[in-house]
Design a protein. Structure first.
Lengths: 115, 115
């Protein structure tokens, strides 16, 4: 089955520790994204990547880092510099067909809780 | 910056009745408008989308309308069913020249279907 997988589903971290969230897709999509969702709110873009070995900051990149060494993978590291990391993290991917954007397809999300 | 406003934030309708969610966008260059449905604890799922060269699109009980002049677009769900209960997000996108599409999300509408 084609799709986007995120792991783990739930993640607990002690304050001051870095943690890495996994995102893998087998849709052959070029672009991948990371969003943060807080309770009762919409999605805010953290980082995005248009192509392997390239990525750009989104609206709330401070305290986060990413890498894109493979087309299928776009891991997100939440560093200790992120002041309020407890949130629901969503990974997405998309493709452009004939110069026209398609909708982004989302993974199931990872809920991160900082203790 | 670009902004997408979504109303209402909560909506409760009787099963079998229709539900309407409305959004406005600020960037006149936006040309792609997806709608997402998010169930509790899951990632958003694309349910329907519309492009700026089309005024209306329908898929079974779901329809979306777009008024480019007024920068309004709406989601219409007819004959609502209990499984329609979820949070719905509208979004607007201006296609980037490369392979990624930056999507601005509305703040979401929590739809509840009363039996």
């Amino acid at each position: 089955d084609g799709g986007i997988t995120q792991s783990p589903k739930y993640l607990f971290r002690k304050e001051g520790q870095n943690v890495t969230l996994s995102c893998e897709q087998n849709l052959n999509h070029d672009a991948m994204y990371w969003y943060r969702q807080d309770p009762g709110q919409g999605l805010r873009l953290i980082y995005y990547s248009q192509i392997v070995n390239d990525f750009q900051k989104g609206d709330i990149a401070e305290g986060y880092s990413v890498s894109r060494e493979k087309k299928e993978s776009f891991p997100l590291t939440v560093t200790s510099a992120q002041k309020n990391p407890t949130a629901f993290y969503l990974c997405a991917s998309s493709i452009v067909i004939g110069g026209r954007a398609t909708g982004q397809f989302f993974g199931p999300g990872t809920r991160l809780t900082v203790l | 910056g670009e902004n997408v406003e979504q109303h209402p934030s909560t909506l409760s309708v009787q099963e079998g009745d229709s539900a309407v969610i409305k959004c406005t966008y600020s960037d006149s260059a936006s040309n792609y408008f997806p709608w997402y449905k998010q169930e509790l604890g899951k990632g958003p799922q694309l349910i329907i989308d519309i492009r700026s060269n089309v005024g209306e699109k329908k898929d079974q009980r779901i329809a979306v309308t777009l008024n480019k002049t007024a920068k309004h677009f709406s989601l219409h769900i007819t004959e609502t069913q209990p499984e329609d209960s979820a949070v719905y997000f509208c979004a607007a996108s201006t296609s980037w020249e490369s392979s990624a599409s930056k999507i601005i999300f509305g703040s979401g509408t929590r739809l509840s279907i009363r039996p």
